[in-house]
Design a protein around this ligand. Structure first.
Ligand code: IDP
Ligand code: MG
Length: 161
């Protein structure tokens, strides 16, 4: 019949996380990486780049009608970004929780935005909002050979039961 398969969470789930130009300028790259590492997620891709406006317009294509879109593109193109792919169980949803709300004023202390940011237009980090967005964004920011599929016995036996 046409019943969908039940959703099965995978330890190989991946999400696209980026430190935005304000986070890079403010020296917060290490702190943001540390939170994902310490949680037990696996870093499988990382690079620093200054993105073109065209690249960013595709990344944020769903927001192109918003009044803040031109300012968002200028902000994101204003300096280097640290682009990453993190892997692990439920990492897309958990990554969003770790980032906090889009508006840092609504982000709980303990989240990245709640601890390090104040305004929505300078919220220092990006995280994919769904598995489908994550797959699209990872393919947009990384070539397949820039993603490192490596075994981590420590994570396999000491992060997962
Ligand atoms: P998200 O980054 O939490 O997924 P989105 O709604 O996808 O939030 O918006 C993308 C980014 O656009 C935000 O992270 C923020 O940098 C910027 N943005 C969203 N809403 C506003 C706004 O009202 N004013 C200025 N910038 C905004
Ligand atoms: Mg978003």
């Amino acid at each position: 019949d046409s019943c969908p398969e039940p959703v099965k969470m995978s330890v190989n789930e991946r999400t696209f996380i980026a430190v935005k130009p304000d986070g890079v300028h403010r020296g917060l790259v290490g702190k943001i990486i540390a939170r994902f590492e310490e949680r037990g997620y696996k870093l499988v891709a990382l690079k620093q780049l200054t993105a073109s406006k065209g690249h960013l317009e595709v990344h944020y294509q769903d927001l192109k009608e918003k009044p803040f879109f031109p300012g968002l593109i200028d902000y994101m193109a204003s300096g280097p970004i640290v682009a990453m792919v993190w892997q692990g169980l439920d990492v897309v949803k958990q990554g969003r929780v770790m980032l906090g709300a889009t508006n840092p004023l609504a982000s709980a202390p303990g989240t990245i935005r709640g601890d390090f940011a104040i305004q929505t237009g300078r919220n220092i980090c990006h995280g994919s909002d769904s598995v489908d967005s994550a797959n699209r964004e990872i393919a947009h920011w990384f070539k397949p050979d820039e993603i490192n599929d490596y075994a981590s016995p420590f994570i396999n036996s000491w992060v997962y039961e």
